[in-house]
Design a protein around this ligand. Structure first.
Ligand SMILES: [Zn+2]
Length: 467
């Protein structure tokens, strides 16, 4: 079977490339909703083109009102759903190899937006089904390829689909890397605030601002201070830089002293890889000889529980870890402070032991001690499929068969397309150590990797649905 599948994929290498290029040429980042195009015209066009591809390959297809399309093979309802997506993230104008929607085949790669995330893997899964059909390999149970158009902006496409159709007993999504991602942390998108009377005694902090997106560790932060000269403030920079790793600059601005902190950005699921400019700036500010005030007291509370360098929740008393999911991470990413109020947001990725009682309520009570209110929100659930389940085991076996490498399971801090499915995992299709610049400039996919992935997927379908 291995030779047969490999030979088939090699024979269809050029077709696979061309079909991926057909989809990449369609710009399908989210646009304005229109009648018949719930996520804008681009995603709807990509869906129409994918319908064509599937029909040309000889499959029956269903369009779920341009939210999602489905390609069926074998007896339905399917035993196995494969989920991929046709929408892409927006592009910048800094591409160098080719333009984002003009796919280019070069050095064994296809360059273009969506080649890796996730049009390439979507077509690869289609070719896996096509191989089984063309080779006449019998399936006892069916497989359904579900192609969505809103993965990048909240997955309202899947919500629409699963309100109408049942989840298959098994699912996988080729929207990241091999081998298998079977655990995704839960967490809390936390927000807190406080208000207080204005006090005009100097020196005082007039404003602090940092962060734009909840899931990004801020690499810059700005504060304005009144009643302390630039020279006086600067005297505190050296120690604060040594303690935090951030760098600071100072300037005069409309009678105020402006301080800018520069750190290193990172994804909020790995906050320890960055240097948080916001928490570094707060550290520096609290070293300054400021007049006591209610606002300052609240800021000290924030610093006490979200100190610079603590990305595990130690200061909050909620640090937890388990062998499967690793440690809880907390990333304090957005903050605004002015003379009468403050508001902050943090992104927590919790290990599977954390819940509303032992995590959220503890955070709430500790902040409350210092006059800061946590906004009431529930934690979101983790996602976990046991590594010894038949689904995971069979996926790993087909991975091992074609790569010759040992398969294993990986845990991540983010939520994937299958986060809300009972028995769904991420499977492929990039190599774990290849940075194919998903979401970045010059995104690419390795053609050899796709061709092998198609064979791996075909084998997986045969193993899961064939007997
Ligand atoms: Zn994706």
């Amino acid at each position: 079977m291995k030779q047969k599948l490999t030979a088939y994929m090699e024979d269809h290498r050029e077709d696979l490339i061309e079909d991926i290029c057909r989809l990449v040429r369609i710009r399908s980042d989210k646009g304005e909703a229109k009648p018949g195009a719930p996520f804008g015209e681009g995603p709807a066009k990509a869906l129409a083109e994918a319908m064509e591809l599937a029909k040309e390959a000889g499959f029956s297809v269903t369009n779920y009102d341009n939210y999602v399309m489905a390609v069926d093979f074998g007896p339905q309802p399917a035993e196995l759903d494969i989920l991929a997506h046709l929408d892409v993230v927006p592009v910048s104008d800094s591409w160098t190899v080719t333009q984002p929607f003009e796919p280019l085949v070069k050095d064994g790669r296809i360059y273009g937006r969506g080649t890796a995330d996730d049009k390439g893997p979507a077509v690869t899964a289609l070719y896996a089904m096509k191989a089984i059909k063309d080779l006449g390999i019998p399936l006892k149970k069916g497989v359904r390829l579900i192609l969505g158009t809103d993965e990048e902006c909240g997955s309202a496409d899947l919500e629409y689909y699963y309100a109408r159709e049942k989840e298959a007993p098994m699912s996988f999504s080729p929207d990241a890397e091999f081998p298998v991602i079977n655990l995704e942390k839960g967490g809390l998108r936390g927000a807190f605030s406080a208000s207080f009377p204005e006090e005009k005694t100097l020196p005082r902090i007039v404003s602090i601002d940092a962060g734009l997106k909840l899931n990004i560790v801020p690499d810059k932060a700005t504060a304005r201070v009144e009643g302390l000269s630039a020279g006086k403030v600067q005297a505190f920079f050296e120690k604060a830089s040594a303690e935090t790793g951030a760098t600071f600059t100072v300037s005069e601005e409309n009678g105020l002293t402006r301080i800018d902190a520069k750190g290193v950005g990172a994804h909020a699921s790995k906050p320890y890889e960055g240097c948080n400019a916001l928490t570094a700036l707060i550290y520096l500010l609290l070293e300054l000889p400021l007049a006591e005030s209610e606002g300052l007291r609240r800021l000290k509370t924030v610093d006490r529980f979200f100190p610079h360098g603590d990305t595990a929740g130690n200061a909050l008393g909620v640090a937890m870890e388990d062998e499967l999911s690793g440690a809880t991470t907390i990333s304090f990413d957005i903050f605004h402070y002015d003379p009468v109020s403050l508001r902050g947001e943090f992104d927590c990725r919790a290990c599977i032991l954390a819940n509303n009682e032992n995590f959220r309520d503890v955070v709430r009570d500790r902040l409350a001690e210092g006059g800061v209110t946590l906004e009431p929100r529930d934690m979101f659930e983790p996602h976990y499929v046991p590594a010894d389940s038949p689904l995971v085991q069979k996926l790993l076996q087909s991975y091992e068969k074609f790569t010759g490498e040992k398969g294993y399971c990986v845990s991540i801090g983010g939520g994937s397309y299958v986060h809300h499915l009972k028995n769904g995992v991420v499977f492929g299709c990039a190599k774990l150590d290849v940075d194919n610049r998903m979401h970045g400039d010059d995104e690419f996919v390795e053609i050899d990797q796709l061709v092998m992935s198609a064979a791996i997927f075909a084998q997986a379908i045969i193993d899961l649905c064939g007997e």
